[in-house]
Write a new protein. Structure first.
Length: 104
């Protein structure tokens, strides 16, 4: 194996071609590792955002269901009150009619 050495004047170091190839390979490995890490971070961030979106949708759904339940219960309460009021009116009318019939 023939190794050619070159002098890098700007850095003041002598580096052999095989060392340069090794350095490039290490830089490429580092670049690939950084790219993989970046992609993993993006995947994690997307997963977090999707989970937060699902939680927000679930919370909104529960709030809507609670609101609908409260409205239903309020309507039922009003219907019961109205039925009770009508029952009392009917009882009073019947009593008045019985009293009138008893006096006649």
């Amino acid at each position: 194996i023939k190794i050619i050495c070159t002098v890098k004047w700007d850095a003041g170091v002598m580096r052999c071609k095989s060392q340069e190839e090794q350095r490039r390979a290490e830089e490429e490995q580092l670049r690939l590792a950084e790219e993989f890490h970046r992609q993993e971070e993006e995947k994690l961030q997307r997963a977090i955002e999707e989970q937060q979106k699902r939680e927000a949708e679930e919370r909104e759904r529960r709030e809507l269901e609670a609101q609908q339940k409260a409205e239903r219960e309020e309507q039922e309460r009003k219907a019961r009150e109205e039925a009770e009021r009508q029952r009392k009116e009917l009882e009073e009318r019947l009593k008045r009619e019985e009293d009138r019939a008893g006096r006649e």
